[in-house]
Design a protein around this ligand. Structure first.
Ligand SMILES: Cc1cc2nc3c(=O)[nH]c(=O)nc-3n(C[C@H](O)[C@H](O)[C@H](O)COP(=O)(O)OP(=O)(O)OC[C@H]3O[C@@H](n4cnc5c(N)ncnc54)[C@H](O)[C@@H]3O)c2cc1C
Length: 425
């Protein structure tokens, strides 16, 4: 079983599925065809439909089937590798402008939830925890960098302070952000889809695009009909596979897994994370977790380049969880699922044009909950004729991943290296 075919997730079991999608039948002509009903595609579709464009979204499965309906729900700040790699490519001012856009990404989530009344349990507060005592200096530098970028409201917690907030003794301190947080990712995605439909977009589910025409006259061909358009926006991310050969080598799908415990009751859940923050450690292969509205622990992590789902995912993940919270040994795992993250070689998102009217964005490298919505909006702006912000992000250059037989073995080797680095650093 692959990660994309996992059993029902906690999110599916608690989804507000009221979205009225459409069935494609025959040929259709629109202004913009969007590939993929995740945050990237839906964000673009919403912006464009609101601006009066005739928009069709083609989704291979159902809304939120990809990473947008499966993720940890952690709304993060900035970009996965930090500001350094952006500065190296775009200079200090360019990198600062990118950070500003990433901040806008979080505001965009909040605004859309409010405007479209999306019921998705938005909660602010995020803690980055260090596994080693000597890493405290890195947290101080991180906090100082945020201050220098004008991003305040963060506090450093010593080991003793952190232990009053988290029911574990394994960490040696944390950086607590007040303007990062978490939500129910699938319900947010369904809310975006609903808003896009209400604004006039058509969303065609169960309509895999078998062929994408990415030249001067964009089109998406499905088994049920062809959608022709003036513009195309590609938001297939890790799930696009080889549909667009020019994009295949630009990202690598990496599986990540999440478990949801049985409901623990409010008291026991609060004893794990007192103030209901999203939590992550600072390892390269990260553990990420949070409480759910119904007082479960949702615990994510691990990574696999093979894409194969471990046979008993719940038991595969349990040791990671009980390493952090040994008091959960006796707890039942109600749900376990996986999904694909698209990573780029430098862990910065990749966006650009395949022709003057065909845009793509992908490769948020594990940090797309906020960024994917932003990139969708930037592509919509570009379609509407204002491409400055999209072009800033498109200036980031990426080395493609190797293709052919070397693709997976090289990445498995890289992963092993990072695992060892996490242990030794
Ligand atoms: C397990 C997991 C945990 C994660 N946790 C976090 C987190 O806590 N915080 C964070 O910031 N990020 C996290 N991420 C990453 C984040 O979820 C993604 O970056 C983001 O959701 C990407 O959105 P997207 O719309 O670009 O892609 P997706 O949500 O993957 O959507 C792509 C869609 O395109 C469709 N599609 C693909 N090909 C075709 C085709 N040929 N025809 C039609 N449709 C097609 C797919 O079916 C899919 O629905 C996590 C990801 C995973 C998998």
């Amino acid at each position: 079983m692959t990660a994309s075919q996992s059993a029902m997730s906690y999110y599916q079991a608690t989804a507000n599925r009221v979205v009225k999608t459409h069935t494609l039948s025959g040929d259709v002509s629109v202004d913009v065809v969007v590939i993929g009903a995740g945050y990237t595609g839906l964000s673009a579709a919403l912006e464009l439909a609101q601006a009066g464009y005739k928009v069709a979204v083609i989704e291979a499965q159902t809304v939120g089937f990809g990473a947008s309906g499966r993720n940890g729900g952690q709304i993060c700040t900035g970009f996965s590798p930090g500001q350094g790699r952006l500065e190296a490519q775009l200079g200090k001012d360019g990198a600062r402008a990118c950070f500003g856009l990433a901040e806008e990404a979080k505001v965009l989530i909040e605004q859309r939830i409010t405007k479209h009344k999306i019921d998705c349990d938005l909660t602010w507060g995020y803690m980055h925890c260090i596994p080693k005592a000597h890493q405290f200096g890195e947290l101080e530098a991180w906090a100082a960098d945020y201050e220098a970028l004008g991003y305040g409201g963060n506090i450093l917690l010593t080991k003793a302070e952190l232990e009053t907030k988290l029911g574990t003794t394994i960490y040696h301190g944390a950086l607590r952000e007040s303007r990062a947080g978490h939500f129910h990712p699938l319900n947010y995605c369904l809310g975006l889809a609903d808003a896009a439909i209400k604004a006039g977009a058509m969303i065609y589910e169960n309509a895999p695009a078998l062929e994408l025409g990415t030249g001067a006259a964009p089109f998406a061909r499905t088994a049920r009909g062809k959608v022709s358009a003036k513009f195309m926006i590609i938001g297939g991310n890790a799930y696009l596979g080889r549909t667009v050969p020019a994009l295949y080598g630009r990202v690598m799908p990496v599986a990540s897994y999440i478990i949801a415990t049985e409901p623990l009751g409010e008291k026991r859940a609060k004893a794990l994370i007192a103030d209901n923050e999203a939590v992550a450690n600072t390892n390269f292969i990260v553990d990420y977790y949070r409480r759910s509205k119904d007082h479960r622990l949702l615990f994510g992590g691990r990574a696999s380049y093979s894409g194969m789902m471990p046979a008993n995912l719940g038991e595969y993940m349990r040791p990671r969880m009980t390493h952090v919270f040994p008091q959960l040994q006796d707890v039942k795992i109600d749900y376990a699922w996986g999904g694909y993250i698209a990573i780029t070689s430098n862990r910065l998102p990749d966006c650009g044009r395949l022709s003057p009217t065909v845009y793509y964005a992908h490769g948020y490298s594990g940090q797309g909950v906020a960024l994917a919505g932003l990139y969708g909006k930037l592509m919509a702006e570009a379609v509407r004729g204002t491409a400055e912000r999209f072009d800033l992000m498109a200036r980031v250059k990426h080395l493609p991943f190797p293709g052919g037989a070397l693709r997976t073995p090289l990445l498995v080797a890289a992963m092993a290296y990072y695992r060892i680095r996490d242990v030794l650093s």
